[in-house]
Design a protein around this ligand. Structure first.
Ligand SMILES: Cc1ncc(COP(=O)(O)O)c(C=O)c1O
Length: 427
């Protein structure tokens, strides 16, 4: 059945700019400008359709095996997020209940990290891990400055440095550039795809603000040996060397946060301490995080992670047996694994495979490893909640089909990804 969406503008005497039926005829007559405001308003349904059309060529988030971010949440969580979109979570006086949920989330995480019982944990929500890493890096830098103040060391002649593996997420290089800290990158080596204790300690000196260890590595999902790195740093300090702190994502407490990094904001009648790079943002994510904590509980998270790991290990096992591939990791730590083409003389590359898989909707990043393994090119797969074994089997069958196609038709080789794009995928 056809129904008029609105009264005829010409007959009602209203301006013709809202006469938009039928939609595409109207749009064809007056193209929507791309880089300027339209000369006339349009109806909400028209705007909705135009924006949806613009987004048609985006990839399907559920088939995105590149990203580490959540791509599926229960409808109840989505409903809560919609309800909380209009709340400004920084405004703790106007939205004290959201502030309370945020504080509970911080304490739940602190408890998970075995923070001392009953502790009022120090922490805040952030817009993402990059912001969290910037804040952690700033805390390290401020503590180093405080420790070196008055010691006669000139920061101009000896800039602060941060020790980490070349496999860290790009946000750490960003931190170093923005805060003028020298990044001391520990290169990878054949068979060693992340940082080790001895490699880290060997690069520390009195200007080292900290060592970054990640769980797990951006390149292949493997866990860095945090205990071993800590032990090496302790040994260094005990032997008279510098006492260098370590940062592991999500695991630092009040004593590590210099007081002058906390802003006391007098906002709408309340004194409010803030530690964040941004200010206003919706309370939706806080509500959704608390929902997930309540909904899943410890066993729920365990089941989700176990299911992800089972799918990852199932996939990497099948890929190992497919023939042309060699696994870099199996997905037994983070449910993330990387693999390469075993034969260096193969007629096709991981970049060709990535492009072919994309034609089927799969988003699987291909990239070269960082220094000193830049001649190793891999595909990386991240398994998240919502990626079922059924989907995994469809992916495996597509992968099997496409490597065979490429092996049979090597002339269809895609160009290599330009240098400098190596971490463009790592969200
Ligand atoms: C260990 C680690 N740190 C930081 C980041 C950056 O996170 P975001 O993209 O949320 O800023 C990522 C992203 O995957 C990560 O894996």
């Amino acid at each position: 059945m056809l129904m008029p969406l609105h009264t005829d503008a010409r007959r009602s005497g209203k301006p013709a700019d809202i006469d938009i039926n039928p939609l595409y005829v109207r749009l064809a007559r007056e193209p929507v400008p791309r880089h300027a405001l339209p000369r006339h308003s349009m109806l909400p349904d028209t705007a909705l359709q135009v924006v949806r059309d613009e987004l048609l060529l985006d990839g399907n988030a559920r088939l995105n095996l590149a990203t580490f971010v959540t791509t599926w949440m229960e409808p109840q969580a989505q409903q809560l997020m919609t309800e909380c979109l209009a709340k400004n979570m920084i405004d703790k006086d106007e939205y004290p209940a959201t502030a309370e949920l945020e504080a509970r989330c911080v304490n739940i995480l602190a408890d998970l990290w075995h923070a001392p019982e009953g502790m009022n944990a120090t922490g805040c929500s952030t817009t993402g891990s990059s912001e969290a890493c910037m804040l952690a890096g700033m805390a390290l830098l401020w503590r180093w400055r405080a420790a070196t103040a008055g010691t006669g060391r000139s920061s101009a002649s000896s800039p602060p440095n941060l020790v980490m593996g070349t496999n860290v997420q790009v946000c750490w290089e960003k931190f170093c550039r923005y805060w003028q800290v020298e990044p001391r990158m520990v290169p990878m080596a054949p068979g060693r795809y992340h940082l080790t204790g001895p490699e880290a300690a060997a690069r520390c000196d009195e200007n080292t603000i900290g060592v970054v260890a990640i769980l797990g590595s951006t390149m292949d999902g493997s866990y860095e040996p945090v205990g071993e790195i800590c032990a090496e740093l302790d040994r260094l300090a005990a032997s008279g060397g510098p006492d260098v702190p370590i940062h592991v994502d999500g695991a630092h407490l009040a004593a590590a946060l210099p007081r002058d990094l906390v802003f006391d904001v007098n906002y709408l009648g309340g004194q409010m301490p803030t530690f964040a790079l941004n200010f206003s943002r919706p309370g939706a994510h806080v509500a959704a995080q608390y929902y997930n904590f309540l909904r899943l509980g410890f066993p729920g998270y365990q089941r989700v992670q176990q299911a992800c790991q089972d799918v990852a290990v199932h996939m990497s096992g099948r890929i190992a047996k497919m023939g042309p591939f060699e696994l870099i990791s199996e997905g037994r730590e983070l449910p993330v694994f990387a693999f390469k083409i075993a034969d260096p003389q193969a007629a096709y590359s991981v970049f060709d495979l990535s492009e072919r898989l994309r034609a089927r909707g799969w988003l699987v990043p291909a990239y070269t490893f960082p220094a000193d393994l830049t001649d190793t090119a891999v595909l990386r797969v991240v398994i998240r909640n919502g990626f079922t074994r059924d989907l995994a089997d469809v992916f495996l069958s597509d992968l099997d089909h496409h490597w065979r196609m490429l092996a049979a038709h090597p002339h269809e080789r895609a160009p290599l990804v330009p240098e400098g794009m190596r971490q463009g995928f790592a969200h």
